[in-house]
Write a protein that binds this ligand. Structure first.
Ligand SMILES: N[C@@H](CCC(=O)N[C@@H](CS)C(=O)NCC(=O)O)C(=O)O
Length: 211
């Protein structure tokens, strides 16, 4: 029987929840896409109903699951976007964990209250830390052969998550991180195009425009 699903995350397309939303949509799995305001989030947080005080959370028949990567795995599995073969599963997990690790790199600059220190940290991210990560990701993409996907020969949660992670990095909303950060990485640039124009993703974008 189809579980009753409620995915709760802020109203923006960040990698911590957007790939799970898209996967459920692509898999024709009905769910409630709840996007709380900041006030509602704080109410939830202060009332202790968020297991780790953060979003996203996913309610499955009333059972609350937290942590974006755990949620992404669940949504990928029920939607058919999580590879079943063991080595492919592990490769997919590898990329999900890498998305978390790359995101953590931004932590110090996000927390810094000193504008000069923050600018220095961002410059280091833009010129050293992110290019190193992106070079490694480019190689992982190439290691999967000609398919243009990170795992196997069709779209998986790994592609959706890296697509949204990199889309965030180059969106221009992160002060000091240039929008042309991906230019030296043609494989990743093509991957952004490929996933952003995947028929399932285009259908999701149309669905959101109509929402
Ligand atoms: N390890 C958590 C991190 C979640 C997280 O950082 N959530 C942020 C939004 S992207 C949040 O809820 N921030 C508000 C807060 O911590 O008060 C996960 O993977 O889901």
């Amino acid at each position: 029987m189809t579980p009753n699903l409620r995915l709760i995350y802020f109203d923006f397309p960040f990698w911590r929840a957007e790939p799970s939303r898209i996967a459920l949509f692509m898999g024709n799995i009905p769910y409630e896409d709840h996007r709380p305001s900041r006030e509602e989030f704080l109410r939830m947080k202060n009332s202790g109903e968020l297991p780790y005080g953060q979003l996203p959370v996913l309610d499955v028949d009333g059972v609350r699951i937290a942590q974006s990567v755990a949620i992404a795995r669940y949504c990928g599995k029920v939607s058919g976007l999580y590879p079943a073969q063991e080595v492919a599963t592990a490769r997919c997990d590898e990329l999900l964990d890498t998305a978390s690790q790359i995101t953590q790199e931004l932590g110090p600059s996000m927390r810094s209250k000193d504008p000069v220190e923050k600018a220095r940290l961002r410059q280091n991210l833009a010129t050293k830390i992110f290019p190193r990560w992106l070079g490694m990701l480019e190689q992982r993409l190439q290691a999967n052969g000609e398919s243009g996907f990170f795992v196997g020969d069709s779209i998986t949660m790994a592609d959706l998550i890296i697509w949204r992670l990199l889309g965030w990095l180059i969106s221009g909303i992160l002060d000091g991180i240039p929008t042309d950060l991906l230019e030296p990485f043609p494989g990743l640039l093509q991957h952004q195009e490929r996933i952003g124009n995947h028929p399932g993703v285009l259908a999701w974008k149309r669905h959101r425009q109509d929402a």
